[in-house]
Design a protein around this ligand. Structure first.
Ligand code: PGA
Length: 254
């Protein structure tokens, strides 16, 4: 049985004060999610990681993640953050290859691959983002684009390592737009991603890897998406900035 993962990507939002308030409210409302095979992850900006970290103690099933990582260990890389630095702030997860990083910051399948390998070397769980643009979907290239991203991200990795990743399918046209993929659209891509994972590893690994959906997920559409057989949770932007909404997503079937 795969765990359900509800991860909040706060993006470039939240002062430290507000981050602390939000994380405390999330921690207070979680309840015993771990006994239900469910985990929640908060991914604040780097600057708020240490403000948010104390809210995790005592909240079972709540984890801290970063929104990016650099693939070198240390040195002259102005503005970058290493895996060890993230771990020292309490992170156990790291989002890698978000479409906003690919679009605005030159992230490529090659850099994503290096970052995934570094995070696994350091025992951080990578949440690897893949997804097609509207133009790619409309020209029937969505499956090919996502296949290339999955292959690129996992290039040269052993099946033992592939078993440790989390994938997030985030169609770019659904991110922050209010246009969610239908459960059928998302399920068919998730099943396809799982097929690619099986080709790269084996059936048991592909069945073990959680595949999250991301793109305008909200309390109204979460249930129909997560009830699909290959959708194992969500990576949530906008709706993760309000504790009440994020908690509704975590408790989507209550
Ligand atoms: P959204 O963002 O939920 O605001 O669409 C999702 C994401 O970019 O991870």
């Amino acid at each position: 049985m795969r765990k359900i993962i509800i991860a909040g990507n706060w993006k470039m939002n939240m002062s430290n004060d507000n981050a602390l308030k939000l994380s405390k409210a999330v921690a207070a409302g979680l309840g015993d999610i771990s006994s239900r095979g469910r985990i929640a992850v908060m991914c604040p900006p780097f600057t708020a990681l240490t403000s948010v970290a104390p809210s995790l103690s005592g909240a079972k099933g709540l984890y801290l993640g970063a929104q990016n990582i650099f693939y070198e260990d240390k040195g002259a890389y102005t503005g970058e953050i290493s895996a060890d630095m993230l771990i020292s702030c309490g992170c156990t997860f790291c989002i890698i290859g978000h479409s906003e990083r690919r679009k605005y910051f030159g992230e490529t399948d090659e850099t994503v691959n290096k970052k995934v390998k570094k995070s696994l070397e350091k025992s951080l769980t990578p949440i690897i983002c893949v997804g097609e643009t509207l133009e790619e979907r409309e020209s029937s290239r969505a499956f090919n684009v996502v296949k290339k991203q999955v292959m690129g991200a996992l290039n040269g990795m052993s099946k033992e390592d592939i078993a440790k990743v989390v994938i997030a399918y985030e169609p770019v046209w659904a991110i922050g737009t209010g246009k969610t993929a239908s459960p059928e659209q998302a399920q068919s891509m998730h099943a396809y991603i799982r097929e690619q994972l099986a080709g790269l590893s084996d059936a048991s690994v592909s069945q073990a890897v959680p595949i999250l959906y991301g793109g305008s997920m909200n309390p109204a559409n979460v249930k129909a998406l997560i009830e699909c057989p290959d959708i194992d949770g969500g990576l949530i932007g906008g709706a993760s900035l309000k504790a009440e909404d994020f908690l509704k997503l975590v408790h989507f079937d209550d």
